[in-house]
Structure formats: C-alpha cells, structure tokens
Design a protein around this ligand. Structure first.
Ligand code: SF4
Length: 478
C-alpha cells in the first residue's frame, strides 16, 4: 500500500488548508502517518504529536482485470489517508469546512454521481453529505443546480461550443489570474484581430466537419469591449459570419468604463443576447485597491445604457472577500444588485495566488466567517431577485473555503457556463490562451488543445494553433 502513497503529500496539504493550517506545518514535520494492510483491509493512522486519528477500509477484492484492480486499490488507499487526516483536523480545530473533505473544483460531479446511482432528492443529498462530510446547505444547492441544469438541452456528443478570447483590458486587476494584457496604446490589437479572424475563418467549418452542431458562443477575455467600436463591430460581424445559428451568444462587457452606446448597439445588432457588466464591488475605495479604473457610478450608468440599448440579459459578477472589505461593504454591493436587477448574478469568492498577495499586503482580508456571511448575502440577494443557482465551481485558496455560484432567473441560465464547468460539451477555443476540449464520454477523459497565451506568440504561431485543433477533432486540412 505504501507504494501508492509516495506522491500524496500535495493532496494532504490541500486537506490541511481546508482548516486554515499553514503549509509550513508540514515542514516541522508536524503530521506523520503510518499505513499498512492486513486481513483484507487497509489501515491508516495519522498523528500531529498530540492527537491521533485511525481508520481502515476494505481492500477492493480480486474480481477485476489487473489494471483496474490496481487503480481501485490505489484510490481506496488515497481516500483512506485523506479522510483520516481530515478527521484528525476536524477534531483538533473544531472547524467543519462547508465542502467537507472535498478539494476538487466541481462538486456538482458528486451530485451527478449520486443521481447516476438512482438516488434523488433527500437520498441524493445524504449521499453527498455522507461521502465527503459536505454541509447540508451545500448539498441542497447541488441538488437544486442539478434540477436547473436538467431543464437545459442535455449535453450530447453532437454539440460543440465556441470560445473567442480577446486578451486585452484597460488596466490589470490586482487579483487577475487570466493571461490578459493591458491594452496600453493598442499597438497589438490590429495584428491580434488579423490573426484571430484568420483562426475564426480556418475553424469555421470544423464543427460541421466533425458532424456536430454549434450550441453556444462566448466572447470573453480579457474585456472584449476594450476594443473600439469599429473593431468590436468587425469582430462581431466575423463571429456571425463564421459561427451562425448558435442557441446563445454572450459578450463579456466586464469593465463598465469600456461600454459606449455605439458598442452596445453593435452587440445588439449582431444578435448577441447576453452580456456581462461586472462591478465586482460597488465600493469605490475597494475598486481603487483592486486596480479597476472605474467607479460605482459608472456601473450604474453602464446598466442604464445597456437597458436603453435594449439588452435583455445582463449578468453581474461580484466578488466576496475582497481586500479591506467588511460584510457591510458587501451588503451595500448586494443592495445595488437589487436595484440594478441583472438577469443573472455570479457570486465569486476571492481566490488569490500567493504572488498576488503582495499587492494587498497592507490590507486586511475578511475572515472565513465573514466570507461565509458574504456568500450567504449573495444567496439571499439572488433569491430576492427571483433567481436559482445554476452552476458552481471551486478554486484553490478561496476565502473561507467557499465557492463561486452562478444564479439566474428561470430561463436565463447561461448554457456556455454550464458546459464549460461540467466539462460535458466539446469546446472549440480561439484566440490567445483559449483551450479547446474534446470530451471522450465513454472513456471519462478530456482531450485538450491549448492555444499559447502570449499575445505576440499567438500572432506568430496562429497556423500551429489551428493545426492543434484539427488534430484534436481529427479534421483533415482543406
Ligand atoms: S477585467 Fe478580468 S481579465 Fe481583465 S484584468 Fe480584470 S480580472 Fe483580469
């Protein structure tokens, strides 16, 4: 059994982080474990010097072919070790993490596992709770999300989504983890668009060539509306020429200061039904701290402009746990959300990489309890607006080990968001940093073809990016 566990420490550190235990505790070394097998069971004992937790699990029996048997035994051993450490941390800290011992980014998969076993309602929720010690309110949300997703066109092999990336922003948010570049004087924009349009044309026939149909198109980044009006118009024309007939088109208009009546008119005229205008917070001081060059007032004006342009679906992104923010600050942002009445609301919880922390070293971060209160306020606001949760994902290092949840009015769930999060639909991704995905449903495997993230490299190597997609989807060159 020990041979299976040689590489497990990073996973174990993910468990201790759930309890706010610093990674340095592993250097002491504070945590030690022993693992052994006897009488048809794996055993594991964890200790932190003062407390000990011990557990065992049956060794999967010899009824499978050798490769599967090894895999199942390896999984059983890892689960046992992770769970024993989790029990030890829960006992010694008294903390019950909202997602229990789950450290993955897609908790919905666990609910779908329960549904796949024929469970429904309370029984499905209980399965999720028992399996990973997930808190009951989170199990409720997972069940509700599965119900909402169940009303969308089912994910089938015949569908493909398209992602088009515009990797420019007017300024860089200090928490940003995307590969977007600052617009600066805009020198790279025209060469970038030329390469992107070439990639769009070259890939326009790929969906039909694989015998599939287009489902949703998402223009993200970056901030696509950081293009000027004429460039945005050309982009949307090219999009409709190359990828017509999708069920849903979304354009990220994230920064309110990039939005003009002319750009909204271009979006509307192209037939795009959904845009995203993202305040993140309605607190001007926080907006300054996180490097967004706009004010709360500009958010209000942008919403008014979009409504005047006849945009009927606006999504709003907010972030709980921003540096220096209190629960009251977040409550104020939520009060604005109630006034602005977006059709969908995505409540993120701040997840920051260690390097990004440097930007914020003078600011206090909300505690886990405060982050939980903010997330709860997000939920209450969405409910007050008549919305339901429809997708959810987690990231590493999220404040209070919370989550990101997308809420929407009935009939307004974003198909693309569901597809990308559930990883059930093929994605053809264009532009710098886009990652195309092919879903091999039967094998439970995703094939990927990433485009390079660096803008200049993308421009220089666009032919290679096209070829990668041809290979992934097995489309011969014309
Ligand atoms: S708007 Fe989005 S992509 Fe642009 S810098 Fe901010 S977080 Fe990054």
């Amino acid at each position: 059994m020990m041979q299976y566990l040689d590489t497990i420490q990073p996973e174990l550190m993910n468990i201790t982080r759930l309890f706010g235990i610093p990674d340095s505790e592993w250097e002491v070394p504070r945590y030690t474990y022993s693992a052994w097998a006897d009488a048809g069971r794996y055993h594991c004992r964890f200790t932190d010097g003062t407390h000990t937790a011990e557990a065992s699990v049956a060794i999967p029996p010899h009824e499978e072919e050798e490769r599967l048997l090894t895999l199942h035994r390896k999984r059983a051993a890892r689960r046992l070790v992770r769970q024993t450490l989790y029990d030890l941390c829960r006992e010694t800290t008294g903390i019950h993490p909202p997602w229990g011992s789950l450290t993955g980014i897609r908790p919905t998969h666990l609910m779908y596992e329960a549904i796949g076993l024929g469970l429904a309602g309370e029984a499905a929720k209980q399965y999720v709770i028992d399996r990973f010690d997930v808190q009951p309110d989170r199990a409720d949300i997972l069940w509700e999300i599965a119900q909402v997703q169940g009303q969308l066109p089912p994910p089938e092999d015949r569908w493909m989504d398209v992602y088009i990336g515009i990797p420019f922003c007017t300024t860089r948010c200090t928490y940003c983890s995307f590969s977007s570049g600052e617009l600066g004087k805009g020198k790279l924009v025209e060469p970038y668009l030329a390469a992107l349009f070439h990639e769009m044309e070259a890939c326009s026939g790929m969906i039909a060539a694989t015998g599939r149909s287009l489902r949703a198109v998402y223009v993200g980044g970056g901030t696509p509306t950081s293009l000027n009006e004429e460039q945005l118009r050309r982009l949307l024309d090219k999009m409709m020429q190359c990828f017509p007939g999708a069920m849903e088109y979304t354009v990220e208009a994230g920064r309110p200061d990039t939005i003009t009546p002319g750009k909204l008119e271009a979006i509307k005229a192209a037939g795009v039904g959904r845009i995203s205008i993202n305040p993140q917070t309605m607190n001007d001081e926080t907006l300054r701290i996180i490097g967004r060059a706009h004010t709360a007032r500009q958010v209000i004006d942008a919403y008014a402009m979009a409504r005047a342009a006849g945009i009927h679906h606006i999504n709003m992104d907010v972030i709980a746990g921003l540096p220096g923010e209190t629960v009251e600050d977040f409550a104020r942002t939520m009060a604005f959300a109630r006034q602005l009445k977006p059709e969908s609301l995505t409540v993120h919880t701040l997840a920051i990489k260690r390097s990004t922390r440097l930007h914020f070293e003078n600011y206090r971060f909300p505690t886990g309890v405060e982050a939980a209160q903010m997330v709860q306020l997000g939920l209450e606001t969405a409910r007050a607006l008549g919305m339901q949760p429809y997708y959810l994902y987690r990231q590493k290092n999220m404040a209070g080990n919370q989550e990101n949840i997308g809420y929407a009015l009935p009939g307004h769930a974003c198909q693309y968001n569901v597809d990308i999060m559930e990883e059930t639909t093929h994605i053809l991704a264009l532009g710098a940093g886009g990652i195309s995905k092919r879903v091999y449903e039967d094998e439970g495997h995703i094939g990927r073809a990433p485009n390079v993230a660096n803008i200049e490299h993308y421009i220089a190597r666009v032919e290679e990016m096209i070829q990668r997609k041809r290979e992934l989807f097995e489309v011969p060159a014309q």
